[in-house]
Ligand binder design. Structure first.
Ligand code: GRF
Length: 229
């Protein structure tokens, strides 16, 4: 403890967990994370936003929020691992505690996952393990699913298959198009992703097999529906 307010403020600032966000496009989930931080619903600081595409609209969101941005194209590397090394270096140099994929359209290999053990998160627009991969909303519609949803999960080298942190269901309507279903799922993603990030950063959880077990937090119902209990 210090009585010097300036020192206290800098200590407090440095103890805010740092996250890195990886994007490839629109960046609406990045936007939701930034809003959650601004509204003090999420205690974290985005240390850097990295895009593999210079034209990703999400970069402007980061810049507007005063967040450092990096464009690291995946092109021109001998293999996937060489690109992953560049990402690891950039995130490591900024001491990020958690890496959040937010519409990042690149697979990450084992070295990346090992560099940030159980600390890489992704948000996916279906109730995994149903409908992994691209066009998850179209897959759900074409399959005739009555319920889809959003999943936040830890990232492993296997696509969309890591331990699930939070999920929430979204009904599929007879009148849905892939776009209308995507819009309703996205609204859920925007609430669920910051919540999952906050829960992981708060600690008090461990992995049992494939399960993320929160020791002191009940995630069987989303926090927003706590009144349903
Ligand atoms: C979201 O639907 C997310 O679930 C998926 O990619 C999309 C990214 O959207 N992984 P945005 O760039 O965050 O707006």
């Amino acid at each position: 403890m210090t009585s010097d307010p300036a020192v206290a403020k800098s200590v407090e600032k440095s103890s805010v967990p740092l996250i890195g966000v990886l994007i490839s496009g629109r960046g609406s989930n990045l936007g939701a994370i930034l809003v959650a931080i601004r509204e003090a619903r999420l205690r974290a600081r985005v240390a850097v936003v990295i895009s593999n595409r210079a034209e990703a609209p999400g970069l402007a969101l980061a810049r507007a929020a005063g967040v450092e941005t990096l464009v690291l194209s995946h092109r021109g590397y001998a293999d996937r691992a060489a690109y992953d090394d560049v990402l690891i270096e950039a995130l490591g140099a900024r001491r990020v505690q958690l890496v959040c994929l937010a519409g990042f359209m690149r697979r990450l290999g084992p070295a990346f996952c090992e560099a940030f053990p159980n600390a890489v998160l992704n948000v996916h627009p279906s109730l995994l393990p149903a409908f992994p991969g691209l066009d998850a909303q179209r897959q759900a519609l074409e399959h005739g699913a009555r319920i889809s949803g959003a999943t936040v999960h830890l990232v492993t080298p296997e696509l969309d298959a890591g331990p699930i942190v939070l999920q929430e269901a979204v009904p599929v309507l007879d009148s849905d198009t892939p776009e209308s279903l995507a819009d309703r799922i996205l609204a859920v993603e925007h609430r669920l992703y910051p919540e999952a990030i906050g829960r992981l950063l708060a600690g008090g959880w461990h992995i049992e097999g494939r399960r993320v077990v929160f020791e002191a937090q009940d995630v069987s119902l989303p926090a927003g529906r706590a009144s349903d209990r």
